[in-house]
Design a protein around this ligand. Structure first.
Ligand SMILES: Nc1ncnc2c1ncn2[C@@H]1O[C@H](COP(=O)(O)OP(=O)(O)OP(=O)(O)O)[C@@H](O)[C@H]1O
Length: 476
């Protein structure tokens, strides 16, 4: 693609595709810097309600100024391409591509996002879609929060439907209660669990099933997934994901403060924990999608995927394929528009033939459509006629864990569990001594038994070059 919007932003490459927009790397020809340009997908450009929703995202994000929130530089409309906004380009990786991560790193990134949320809450908003897929780790290793597409004002009551991602949605939101800061705190607690274990605590075969688990089961203790877990971290997640909002941290700032005190009080032994490998993740293929449920019914139904990508997008495959299979849990979850009448359910809202009780609700014949279409009936209908029924990823591939940041012993232990042979390459780096600096194949790559992995490990000083391609080490 070679196109310049409003004679200023030259499109350089596609960074990714969301439900409503495509994000490009672009060159700001005026200020001579690269930026991220988010362009409403052409099929939605003539839809006033979606265009409005899109510019609302930019306007909300523009009000927020924080070290851990991507900055908005410009908003515009290009006659041939449609509405767009320009954002700070966050080089680096999406957080969902880095899972699982070692505890000290997971705490640091969670704290940074807690601070970003505190800033959002201070402005009177709730983010409503905190998840690794919406966070990027910049070149300096800091977490930056993105995607303000479904931000709501604090206290919003969604009478009929709720936007969110089922794996992270707080029970009170699913029940139609007011959306408050506590809902973001809950999602962040889920995210911390996921960072540490490589998988979300509550998953299922449908949005409906997942939300039901959040409502009825509660988040399981971290220790069940990670035996030997530090009590302080287990308690942190427990507190953030309490079923009753008032029992969670009183604010995102308090959540951040608690993390900080764990970090300050703990030596690395206290917070070092085994990291679960991702091969056990059992998830189904859910992309950014929305559930639309008729008012006064209380259920979630079968998902339909996003519209068939345009030719240009096929050149840049859908997020799941692009981001390495098995690597990106969050790329596989989907944003849902959840029915919120759970709490209000009574006989008249139950579907005929349902064997529902207070917590078991029939699944009505509502439609799931991409999030953008949730507000655009015509588009939604067009899509529902094109889109095939959802497929469930039948065989999650075992995938390579992230070894970066682990100590040699931890890496060896994980590799043993996965029957991986390690080839260590030493690199002089006294500061990071005994930690893994990089790995090949990358985290998330599919692995087979007895595969080999090359780990670059920091040592005080290299003795003699080892491993392929290291004949002449030029350490930096
Ligand atoms: N400022 C940015 N800098 C670098 N990459 C970005 C930036 N904003 C978004 N991206 C990347 O572009 C891709 C699409 O982002 P976007 O927020 O539109 O979609 P999404 O979060 O996948 O979907 P949705 O908005 O439907 O939830 C993601 O991979 C995201 O990491």
């Amino acid at each position: 693609m070679n196109q310049t919007l409003v004679n200023r932003y030259q499109i350089l490459a596609t960074l990714g595709q969301g439900g409503m927009a495509t994000v490009y790397r672009a060159r700001d020809l005026l200020l001579k810097r690269d930026v991220a340009l988010k362009l409403l997908r052409p099929e939605f450009a003539n839809n006033p309600s979606l265009s409005q929703q899109f510019s609302a995202e930019a306007q909300t994000a523009a009000q927020l100024s924080h070290a851990h929130i991507a900055r908005i530089f410009d908003v515009g409309y290009d006659p041939s391409s449609g509405p767009f906004f320009v954002q700070e380009l966050i080089e680096g990786q999406s957080l969902d591509q880095l899972l699982p991560v070692a505890a000290p790193q997971a705490l640091t990134w969670t704290r940074e996002i807690a601070l970003a949320l505190a800033a959002i809450h201070q402005q009177g908003y709730v983010h409503c879609d905190v998840k690794p897929q919406n966070i990027r780790i910049n070149a300096d290793g800091h977490a930056i929060l993105l995607d303000f597409g479904i931000v709501q004002a604090i206290g919003t009551i969604n009478a009929e439907q709720v936007y969110g991602t089922p794996q992270y949605i707080a029970p009170e939101r699913a029940e139609g209660g007011a959306t408050t800061e506590a809902s973001d705190i809950y999602a962040l607690g889920i995210m911390l669990y996921e960072l540490l274990t490589g998988r979300v605590p509550l998953d299922g075969d449908s949005a409906w099933a997942i939300v039901q688990r959040h409502l009825n089961e509660g988040v399981p203790a971290l220790r069940q997934a990670l035996p030997g877990t530090a009590t302080a971290i287990e308690n942190l997640i427990k507190r953030a994901t309490e079923r009753v909002p008032s029992q969670r941290f009183a604010s995102a700032q308090a959540f951040a403060g608690e993390i900080e005190s764990i970090q300050q009080g703990a030596n690395s032994a206290t917070i070092a924990m085994p990291v679960r490998q991702r091969s056990t993740v059992s998830i189904h293929n859910m992309e950014t999608t929305a559930v639309r449920v008729p008012p006064k019914t209380a259920a979630l139904v079968q998902a339909k995927p996003q519209p068939t990508p345009t030719k240009a997008l096929l050149a840049n495959p859908k997020p799941v394929a692009k981001k390495q299979i098995g690597l990106t849990l969050a790329a596989l979850v989907f944003v849902v528009l959840v029915a919120v009448a759970f709490a209000k359910l009574s006989g008249d809202t139950q579907q005929p033939g349902a064997s529902g009780n207070a917590t078991t609700v029939a699944q009505p014949s509502a439609t799931l459509v991409p999030i953008a279409e949730a507000t655009a009936t015509i588009v939604a209908e067009a899509i529902s006629t094109q889109a095939p029924e959802p497929t469930i990823a039948s065989q999650p591939l075992p995938s390579m864990p992230n070894f970066v940041g682990l100590k040699r012993g931890e890496a060896e232990q994980q590799a043993r569990q996965l029957k991986l042979k390690i080839n260590f390459i030493e690199e002089a780096n006294e500061q990071a001594k005994d930690r893994i600096l990089s790995q090949e194949p990358a985290a998330g790559s599919p692995i087979a038994e007895n595969s080999q992995i090359t780990l670059v490990i920091a040592v005080k000083e290299t003795k003699k070059p080892k491993g392929p391609g290291k004949g002449n080490d030029d350490d930096d």
